[in-house]
Design a protein around this ligand. Sequence first.
Ligand code: HEM
Length: 132
Amino acid sequence: MQQDDLLGFIFEEVAKTNRETHLPRLVAFWETVIFRRGGFVGNPLAAHAKLVALTEMGRPQFDRWLLLFRQTVDVLFAGEHAGHLKSAAAEMVNVIYSRINHVVDPRFDPANPTPGPRARQAACRESGAASA
Ligand code: HEM
């Protein structure tokens, strides 16, 4: 992440992240996500919202973040937890990106539903039509 052309300077120059304190927080965060223990206490939304005023935190940045995250997981891990890590990360990308930029989370945009909600909407319409 630190060497990436799109994201590296955000850690190095904008936030001036201290790796020695940041990395243990990330370990605790992901351990809490996966195993529900790890003792992470923090506010990731606030940490990223602060950055919006200082630099670009748009879709290209989050897409790159997710690409790097997925590649790293694939190099280091395999199995059920690896899959969970990647899907949890993809969800959180949508949540953090949309909340800090005040745009609609694509998963919750009623005008543009993803396959799950689309199927539920269709089922709802059908059952409504059946009872009418
Ligand atoms: C454009 C994408 C992203 C960038 C540039 C970015 C950058 C940063 C920076 C600069 C910090 C503050 C580090 C410090 O203390 O100096 C941070 C904290 C953090 N980030 Fe990200 N981040 C991104 C996406 C994400 C995503 C998608 C997640 C979760 C899936 C995440 C999880 C965290 C966590 C858990 C913290 C620690 C918060 C805390 O200490 O309370 N980041 N990030």
